[in-house]
Write a protein that binds this ligand. Structure first.
Ligand SMILES: [Zn+2]
Length: 81
């Protein structure tokens, strides 16, 4: 199952910390709310959630790119609110 990353559209959540990851079946309906606090969430872009890409070009590149993307998205989105 692919790993998806979500964050709250607004507000804070003690249960999930405002950002969390879930493994879900590829054919599961989109997650609309946090399973813990029921606040609206949005899915973050993750380089590891694509079912097409079975193997990264290079492990170090994928790791570096993934870490940078996740860090920037999470911090930027959070600070705007
Ligand atoms: Zn929550």
């Amino acid at each position: 199952m692919p790993l998806y990353e979500y964050e709250l559209c607004e507000g804070d959540c003690v249960a999930c910390g405002g950002k969390f990851t879930l493994r879900r079946p590829i054919d599961a309906p989109p997650l609309k709310v946090c399973p813990a606090c029921r606040r609206p969430v949005r899915k973050l872009i993750s380089s590891f959630s694509s079912p097409i890409k079975t193997k990264p070009v290079s492990f170090s590149d994928a790791k570096k790119a993934g870490f940078t993307v996740l860090k920037r998205l999470g911090k930027g989105e959070y600070e705007r609110q």
